[in-house]
Design a protein around this ligand. Structure first.
Ligand code: ADP
Length: 275
């Protein structure tokens, strides 16, 4: 059973939050930095917040209330009266995708592998909660410090029962990151998250280039079905790439799960400590 998020704990007072500059544009509205009672915060706002939109806007925060992990974006609270705000911990280095480009000459293979391990640990935690993320990509990972990244953007996430899957609507789907069964049948499971994680690792080692940038969205499924996969990025260690090819097994059951992946990635992060 999923514990109900404590509304009281998460309700905070607008008087405690001072809005600063705009960090970026979210799906629902601007995201600002700001100052909370003691810490720097990020505040998501909702532009055209009718009752319907407000429910959707807050559904991400509702999911996040139940999550507590060192590599998942931390929700501080929600201000539910208009204008509705979602207040999160601020991660000053911004999106991992941009950071990979800016710091491309400063990031070692060991550091890139560490980021992948941290994202994988966050996903192993979600796997334990029967939660599918559905949008694993470097644009949805934030950089807290040069040694620490946090998985965010739970806008598409859903709880699923065991053996069940989430059947998504057609809009807003990141085709080039998606598993074949997600493209064909809109079927999303932990196994399809594993496929997406493999694509996200590919991005990390490809300076955040778009996966399959050489293809149109509509061509991707044919390529996948004829056995084509993303090529090994130059800086990706072969041992890690062979792990990615297992994440991209056509059959969902042929893929490793996240707790197995954490073990394998620990090994590729520090192979010398294991004889
Ligand atoms: P949405 O999911 O609603 O589209 P995002 O989560 O992508 O919105 O946020 C939009 C932008 O705001 C992101 O690109 C990111 O740069 C910035 N941002 C969001 N949350 C944070 C945070 N906690 N710390 C720092 N920047 C953030």
């Amino acid at each position: 059973e999923i514990p109900e998020g404590s509304g009281a704990k998460c309700r905070i007072s607008r008087d405690d939050v001072f809005l600063g500059r705009i960090l970026g544009e979210g799906f629902f509205g601007e995201v600002h930095d700001g100052t909370g009672e003691r810490i720097r915060v990020a505040v998501k706002t909702c532009k055209d917040c009718s009752a319907d939109v407000k429910d959707k806007f807050l559904s991400e925060a509702d999911l996040m209330k139940n999550l507590n992990h060192p590599h998942i974006v931390h929700l501080i609270g929600v201000i539910e009266t208009d204008p509705v705000w979602i207040v999160m911990e601020l991660y000053e280095h911004g999106e991992l995708g941009n950071y990979l480009v800016e710091q491309q000459y400063n990031l070692s293979t060991a550091m890139l592998t560490l980021y992948c391990l941290q994202i994988c640990k966050a996903l192993a935690y979600l796997e334990g909660l029967n939660m599918v993320h559905r949008d694993i990509a470097v644009r949805n990972v934030l950089v807290a410090s040069p040694e620490c990244v946090k998985l965010g953007d739970f806008g598409l996430s859903r709880y699923i029962d065991e053996q069940e899957y989430y059947k998504a609507s057609l809009s807003r789907l990141p085709i080039k990151w998606m598993a074949p069964e997600s493209i064909n049948f809109r079927r999303f499971t932990t196994a399809s998250d594993v496929w997406m994680f493999g694509v996200c690792v590919w991005e990390v080692f490809s300076t955040a280039q778009q996966p399959f940038f050489w293809l149109e969205n509509g061509q991707v499924i044919n390529q996948l079905e004829s056995g084509v996969r993303l090529p090994k990025p130059q800086s990706c260690p072969p041992i890690l790439y062979s792990l990615l090819t297992r994440c991209w097994a056509y059959e969902p059951h042929g893929r490793p799960n996240f707790s197995q992946l954490v073990c394998s990635l620990r090994y590729s992060a520090a192979p010398s400590t294991h004889p």
